[in-house]
Design a protein around this ligand. Structure first.
Ligand SMILES: *Cc1c(COP(=O)(O)O)cnc(C)c1O
Length: 421
C-alpha cells in the first residue's frame, strides 16, 4: 500500500497534487511519501515485536538525508556500505550505536572513521578484512564489534545481479569455514565477536530461501556457542521483495517474514537485526516524467520522456518492470495506446518498457513510474550531461525539495581545465 492515488482526476502524493510539485520543480523528479516510508518501517518493527530487535534500514536503497532523518527519528538503525553512507547517517542524527557497517571492501580509512565516530558492529566479509580491522582497532586502542557475514550457499531465486548468497558470489565467508574463521577472530585482540550476519539477495518473493539460510544460521549459532563464542546478535540481512505490478501475486508480508524469523531463530535468545531497504523505500517513491514527443515508428509508437536511464537505471540494468501511469487520470473508456517508452539518451538500452499498453497520452502530459523509491535516485548518473534530477518529500499537505536540481553551471564547475591546456 502506498499514498500515490488519483483524486479529482489527477495523481496525488498524499495530499499534494503531483502537478503542483511539477509546476514548482519541473520534470523529471523523484517524489517520496513520508507516510509510506513510515508505514513500511513500522511493518518491520511490528513484525518483530516481543523479540529484542533493531530494524537497520539499508541506506543504499534511498539515502537522501531527509529520508534517513525521518526513519532514524522513528528509531531505525542504519545499514551502511560505505564511508559516505556512514557520514550521511551521522549527519541525519543517527547515533553510531545504531549503525551497522556492511560491504566486501571496507577500506582502513572507512574503518577508522566508523570506530572513531561510533559503530554498532562491522559485518566482516573476509579474513583479510578481519586482519585489517583488527590492526586499525589496535592502533586506536579500541575493540571493534564484529559479526562475520556467512555465505550459506542458498539460491535466493531472484535476478542474478542481486543474488548474493550462493557460493559463487563475492559475498561473505563460506559457511563451512565459519568455525575456523570465528576461532581466528576470537584470537585477535582488536576484535569482539558479537554475532553472525547473513544476507542472501534482494527482491526475494518467496520465503523459502530465507528459511534455508536462517536454519543454517541457527545451526551455526549452536556450533559457535559450543566452541565458546558469545553469539548474542543475529543480523539476518534484507531482501524482502515488493510488488512491482498491481496485477501479479503479492510477495510475502513483513509479518510473515517476522513469523519465519521467530520460527527459525527465535529459540536462540539472540537480539535480531534486519536490514530491509527496498521494501521500506521502493513503493514510497515515484519518478515523474514529462512526455516530450509521441513518435510514430515502424509498427510501433515511441513515448519519448524527459527522464532517461541515467535517472532510473533499473529497467536497463535488471530488466525491471515499473508500472507507468498518466498523472492525469484517464477517464473511463479513455482511448488506449501501446508504446515503447524511452528516454532521450543515445543508447537503445535507454528503454523503460516495450509494447506497454496504457491510456493514450500526448506531448506535454506527465507520467509517473511507480515503485521507484528504492535503487532509483541513488543509482542516477549524469550520463549524457543530464543534471541529477530533484528529490521531493511529501508529508500530508506539505512538500519540500530535499535535493535540488543542479544548474548547468554548477555541473560544469565541477570540472576544471588544467592551466597547461
Ligand atoms: C542491499 C543490501 C540490503 C538491502 O536489501 P533490500 O533488498 O533492499 O532489502 C541489506 N543488507 C545488505 C548487506 C545489502 O547489501
Amino acid at each position: 500500500m502506498d499514498h500515490f492515488l488519483y483524486r479529482n482526476g489527477e495523481l496525488y502524493a498524499e495530499d499534494v497534487a503531483i502537478a503542483e510539485i511539477a509546476a514548482e520543480v519541473g520534470t523529471p523528479f523523484y517524489c517520496y511519501s513520508a507516510a509510506t516510508l513510515e508505514r513500511h518501517y513500522r511493518l518491520f518493527d511490528e513484525a518483530l515485536e516481543g523479540t529484542e530487535h533493531l530494524v537497520c534500514y539499508a541506506m543504499k536503497a534511498a539515502s537522501n538525508l531527509a529520508i534517513v532523518k525521518l526513519l532514524g527519528g522513528l528509531g531505525a538503525g542504519m545499514d551502511v556500505v560505505s564511508g559516505g553512507e556512514y557520514a550521511r547517517a551521522r549527519a541525519a542524527g543517527v547515533p553510531g550505536e545504531r549503525i551497522v557497517f556492511s560491504g566486501v571492501g571496507k577500506t582502513r580509512a572507512e574503518m577508522r572513521t566508523a570506530l572513531e565516530g561510533g559503530i554498532r558492529q562491522f559485518n566482516v566479509e573476509s579474513e583479510p578484512e578481519m586482519e585489517a580491522l583488527n590492526a586499525v582497532a589496535l592502533e586506536l586502542g579500541v575493540k571493534a564489534p564484529i559479526a562475520v557475514r556467512v555465505n550459506p550457499d542458498v539460491d535466493a531465486k531472484t535476478h542474478a545481479k542481486i543474488a548474493t548468497g550462493k557460493s559463487e558470489n563475492k559475498f561473505g565467508i563460506p559457511i563451512a569455514r565459519a568455525r575456523e574463521v570465528y576461532r581466528q577472530a576470537a584470537a585477535m585482540e582488536g576484535l569482539e565477536v558479537v554475532g553472525i550476519d547473513v544476507h542472501i539477495g534482494s527482491q526475494l518473493t518467496d520465503l523459502e530461501p530465507f528459511r534455508q539460510a536462517y536454519q543454517k544460521v541457527a545451526e551455526l549459532t549452536d556450533a559457535l556457542r559450543a566452541d565458546g563464542h558469545d553469539i548474542r546478535r543475529l543480523d539476518l540481512g534484507g531482501g524482502l521483495g515488493i510488488p512491482y505490478t498491481r496485477s501479479n501475486e503479492v510477495p510475502p508480508l513483513p509479518s510473515d517474514y517476522g513469523a519465519l524469523i521467530r520460527e527459525t531463530v527465535g529459540h536462540l535468545g539472540c537480539e535480531i537485526e534486519i536490514e530491509p531497504g527496498r521494501l521500506v523505500a521502493g513503493n514510497a517513491g515515484i519518478l515523474v516524467a514529462g512526455v516530450i514527443y509521441v513518435k510514430s515508428g515502424e509498427g510501433r509508437d515511441f513515448l519519448i520522456l524527459d527522464a532517461a536511464m541515467n535517472d532510473l537505471i533499473r529497467p536497463a540494468m535488471y530488466d525491471a518492470h515499473h508500472d507507468i501511469v498518466p498523472v492525469k487520470e484517464p477517464h473511463a473508456g479513455a482511448e488506449g495506446a501501446r508504446y515503447d517508452i524511452v528516454g532521450p539518451v543515445c543508447e537503445t538500452g535507454d528503454t523503460f518498457a516495450r509494447g506497454r499498453d496504457m491510456a493514450a497520452v500526448e506531448a506535454g502530459d506527465m507520467v509517473a513510474f511507480r515503485s521507484a523509491g528504492a535503487y532509483g535516485a541513488v543509482m542516477a548518473s549524469e550520463y549524457n550531461s543530464r543534471p541529477l534530477i530533484p528529490e521531493v518529500l511529501v508529508r500530508g499537505d506539505q512538500f519540500a525539495v530535499i535535493r535540488a536540481r543542479p544548474t548547468l553551471e554548477e555541473m560544469l564547475n565541477r570540472d576544471s581545465i588544467p592551466a597547461w591546456l
